[in-house]
Design a protein. Structure first.
Length: 327
């Protein structure tokens, strides 16, 4: 008898043909297996949509255009019914036992809303890609341990986890949704998982790293710094993230100055590569009425005080943020 987990695994695909076989093979090798496997395709033109449509154990949602990661993720969540939902990038390869181990951690306590496995960089060497998210007082969020050796051995609570390979409790996703959106579709792509982290924390949900659940991540499949459009989205989303979620005690005084400094720094670095990326600041400004309304909703529904965010906040590593961009 084949056992299955009460879990839906959702891939978001946009021209990911090079990764189709490997990603799906790693999922098919999981024991127990997920109850549902869904691919939301964002208008791919490289044959990947047709390949997924030929797989009998995959449910495909085919969009005619690239609607963005956030909207596609929301579609994947809506068409599934399992108690748990995993989002998984196509350039991630799950090691055997990933799902079973991560699911056990989610189910270890009723207030655990999300669990991330330990992501290592593709190619071996034990270099960490992400061991969860770290919140900084400027509003910057970074990947724990990124670029360093793997020293993560025990499960531990973290601020949040990357949606590149994360298991979410559906109850949590429903609880934190705003206007029917689990992931804020205004973000289109990039940092939408951090926005979810923050909203979940405000509602009192906890997040864990489960290092026994392992995977490799190639990263960069979409080319973070390769186009002005991507840089534009990232810049706008950094501003939106702060405006929506920053604690009230951080919005005035040194906290506001630090956040403004970070956004201006990122704008300057982006402009060195792609001057048109500065349009992201205009995008954020145009969104301000909608963002202010969302902020009021988030703050009116919160269950924890500002001190809960302060507990997770670490100093901003300004030097490490700047150095890689000056090489």
């Amino acid at each position: 008898m084949n056992q299955t987990l009460d879990l839906a695994l959702v891939f978001i695909n946009w021209n990911g043909r090079r990764d189709c076989e490997g990603a799906l093979a790693a999922v098919r090798a999981q024991r127990p297996a997920p109850r549902e496997v869904v691919v939301v395709d964002n208008g791919s033109s490289d044959g990947s949509l047709e390949w997924f449509l030929s797989q009998g154990d995959v449910f495909v949602v085919a969009n005619g255009a690239n609607l963005g990661f956030a909207k596609a993720a929301n579609q994947g969540i809506r068409v599934t019914s399992s108690a748990l939902v995993m989002l998984c990038n196509l350039d991630v390869r799950l090691a055997d036992g990933f799902l079973e181990t991560a699911v056990a951690r989610v189910l270890s306590a009723p207030d655990v809303g999300s669990v991330g496995g330990l992501l290592l960089r593709e190619g071996g060497g034990g270099i960490v890609d992400s061991a969860g998210h770290v919140l900084h007082r400027s509003g910057w969020v970074s990947n724990r341990g990124q670029g360093g050796p793997d020293h993560f051995k025990q499960p531990e609570e973290v601020f949040g986890v990357t949606a590149a390979a994360a298991v979410y409790r559906r109850e949590m996703l429903t609880d934190v949704a705003l206007d029917g959106e689990v992931f804020c579709e205004r973000f289109f792509a990039y940092l939408e998982d951090v926005d979810l982290d923050w909203r979940a924390r405000w509602r009192g949900w906890r997040s864990y790293l489960e290092p026994a659940a392992r995977a490799t991540h190639r990263r960069g499949g979409s080319g973070l710094h390769q186009t002005a459009m991507i840089e534009r989205h990232v810049l706008a989303n950094r501003a939106l993230l702060w405006m929506r979620n920053a604690p009230r005690s951080w919005v005035v005084g040194p906290g506001a100055a630090s956040a403004t400094g970070l956004i201006l720094l990122r704008a300057g670095l982006a402009a060195r590569r792609h001057p048109l990326a500065l349009l992201g600041l205009a995008d954020a400004a145009r969104s301000s009425p909608e963002v202010i309304r969302a902020r009021r909703q988030i703050m009116s529904r919160r269950r924890v005080p500002d001190s809960e965010m302060e507990r997770w906040a670490e100093p901003t590593p300004w030097k490490s943020l700047v150095a890689p961009h000056l090489r």
